[in-house]
Structures are given as C-alpha cells and as structure tokens.
Design a protein around this ligand. Sequence first.
Ligand code: HEC
Length: 159
Amino acid sequence: MKNTTPHWIAIGLLSAILVAIGFKFVVLGNTAKADDGRTAVLLEPAERQAVLGEMRVLLETTQTIVEALAVNDMAAVDKAARGVGSAAIKTMDFKLRAKLPLEFKKLGFGTHYAFDEIADLAKAGKPVKEVQQKLVATMNNCIACHASYQLPVISPVGG
Ligand code: HEC
C-alpha cells in the first residue's frame, strides 16, 4: 500500500500529457495565428488544394441551387445539394482531418449536413421560400468560417 503513491503520480502525469495531446490534435488542429487576425490552418500543398477545390464546388453548387430555385426546378435543387451533402465527409483524408481545428470541422461538417437538409426539403416539395431560408442559414456557415480561418501557402522547409 505504501508504494502506490508514485503510481498515481505517474498516472496523473500521463493523463495530463494525454489531455494536452488530445487538446492539440482535436481542438486546435495544426494552426497558427495569421497576420490578419484569423487562424491559419497549416496544410500540405495537396491538402490545401483539395480543400480549396472543394470550396469552389461549394460556390458552384450554391449558384446552381439559387438558379434552380428561381425557376422552381426542385429536382435540380435536390441533385445539386445532395452532391455536397454529408456523403462527402466520408471521403475526407484522415491525416487532413486531424489538422483541422474542432470548430472548423463543426462548421464544415455542419455545412454538408445542411446541404442534405436542403436536398430533403426540395425532394419533399417544400415551398421555394423555405428552401431559400435554409440556404440563407447555410451560407452563414460560409461567412463564419471565412471570417475565422485562412489557408496560407506554406513554402517547403529550406525552400
Ligand atoms: C469550415 C470552414 C469553411 C466553410 C464552412 C466554408 N469555407 Fe470556403 N474557405 C474556407 C477557407 C479557410 C478558405 C481559404 C480562405 C483564405 O485562405 O483566405 C476558403 C476559400 C473559399 C473559396 C476560394 C477558393 C479558392 O480557389 O481560392 C471559395 C470560392 C469558398 N471558400 C466558397 C465557400 C462557400 C460558397 C461556402 C459555403 C457554402 C464555404 N466556402 C464554406 C473555409 C470554409
């Protein structure tokens, strides 16, 4: 019984280290403070390109949805929104996922789920105004994330 104390100290230290590592990887991701006050998410060039490519798809999809809503083509709304729905999350690289801060992932995944909802509303034949309002709310995620994060180009070490 006398010599159990050191074990508890070791367990305590290990737990603290695990919590710190967990905080770093789950909450902060691979980030730094950017010059413009936003948080820079530090990614490899290919990862950065993949995220930006996905962003351009989001913009294009949003335009397609706005256009389809204007002409009451709910099948086109459903198809476009489903394309960027939550199914897209599964294809995300695990290494990249670990570099993204928790808040970034919440906003990002939340946006994909919101597009699922837009597709569901369109499929259920809901009024155009209701779908528009869901799109308005969804686009607040675009604004919030862009206001908080940037993706700087990182020159290779020694380059
Ligand atoms: C989870 C965060 C997040 C969400 C949500 C998000 N974006 Fe982005 N997006 C970013 C970041 C970070 C950048 C890079 C900005 C920078 O480096 O200044 C970016 C860049 C872009 C770009 C530029 C792409 C390029 O080639 O440079 C477009 C277009 C874009 N986003 C559209 C959208 C649209 C439309 C939505 C919503 C439907 C959206 N984004 C939602 C984080 C997000």
